[in-house]
Design a protein around this ligand. Structure first.
Ligand code: C2E
Ligand code: MG
Ligand code: MG
Ligand code: MG
Length: 293
């Protein structure tokens, strides 16, 4: 009675596949709607110089403010649009929104860098240069050198020559800064770093997390700091979760940091409040002063 023929079983399988497919299409469609109906928002996470206590900038991090599901982080929806024109549309929206935000901050007297994450496909999109150029022209109080494009180390390695030349154009023609994000996870060789036309290297949070307990992570970070010194790149650590992480990094020669020990990613309003009330971490400043004596 319950025996299912091969043909029927095949049919059942197809149905399940169809369901999965239409679920993906639904998700895709709702992200498309989210962009149009302004449910996508940018949060901002400050970057500071631990030595001087200065705020040096902020990184724009996308969120989906979902009416029922609440705040959704990019890891849960960016993969769904990967490879589509929606990925490009969202990326272009991020650029415009982040530069507009920086324009507002500069207007308030808060001059700092704005870091914008760029996907590998967006970086290789033929219209990127013109889009950046157009948005920068729209906000003339934002000097291009304050805009830092964050590119994953791993994505640069997929097509080193092509991406190097795109990066060069962004730097030389537009005057933008480039940062290699999640550095250490992409297995760049020394030669690559030597030839990559970047301004900043961002040490991946996975190395920072266990810095204090894991001698291997200590050694890796120490090596990255040495390399960036030698090649005259800036270095910044992400994922600085405790004062101790920061103390260790300062002692190792990495002054720039981002992480929960400083601030969580925040809405634009919360970020404005944070800038207004900001107090540098005195333990870091005192350590920096002791190092000088
Ligand atoms: P990322 O650029 O490496 O950003 C750092 C991530 O670590 C962010 O996660 C941030 O919220 C989180 N984080 C910051 N400080 C700490 C800390 O102290 N400890 C820990 N454990 N985590 C910390 P988020 O916002 O979920 O973003 C994840 C990734 O999604 C980003 O990694 C970036 O690669 C990508 N992303 C975010 N926004 C955009 C965007 O607008 N466009 C593109 N293409 N990618 C984006
Ligand atoms: Mg980033
Ligand atoms: Mg990162
Ligand atoms: Mg990351």
């Amino acid at each position: 009675q319950a025996k299912v023929s091969g043909r029927q079983r095949h049919h059942m399988f197809d149905t399940r596949q169809d369901e999965q497919m239409s679920e993906q299409q639904n998700q895709f469609k709702s992200i498309q709607d989210a962009l149009i109906s302004e449910q996508l928002v940018l949060f901002y996470q400050p970057k500071v110089n631990m030595r001087s206590g200065e705020i040096i900038g902020a990184e724009a991090l996308i969120r989906w403010q979902h009416p029922e599901r609440g705040l959704i982080t990019p890891g849960h929806f960016l993969p769904i649009v990967e490879g589509s024109s929606l990925e490009i549309n969202i990326g272009n929206w991020v650029i415009e929104r982040a530069i507009k935000q920086l324009s507002d901050w500069i207007e308030h007297g808060w001059t700092m860098e704005m870091s914008i994450n760029i996907s590998s496909r967006h970086l290789q999109w033929h219209g990127l240069f013109d889009h950046l150029d157009r948005v920068l022209a729209k906000y003339p109080n934002v000097p291009s050198y304050l805009i830092q494009l964050e590119v994953l180390e791993s994505s640069v390695l997929t097509d080193l020559n092509n991406i190097s030349s795109i990066i060069k154009t962004c730097r030389h023609t537009l005057g933008l800064k480039i940062s290699l994000d999640d550095f250490g996870t992409g297995y760049s060789s020394l030669t690559h770093l030597r030839h990559l036309p970047v301004d900043t290297v961002k040490i991946d949070q996975s190395f920072v997390r266990d810095l204090i307990d894991d001698p291997n992570d200590y050694t890796i970070i120490d090596g990255v700091i040495g390399l960036t010194d030698a090649f005259h790149h800036q270095v910044i650590a992400e994922g600085v979760e405790t004062t101790e992480h920061g103390m260790m990094l300062l002692a190792m020669g990495c002054d720039l940091a981002q992480g929960y020990a400083i601030a969580y990613p925040m809405s634009a309003d919360d970020c404005n409040q944070w800038f207004t009330n900001y107090q540098p971490n005195m333990q870091w400043i005192e350590l920096a002063n002791r190092q000088l004596n």
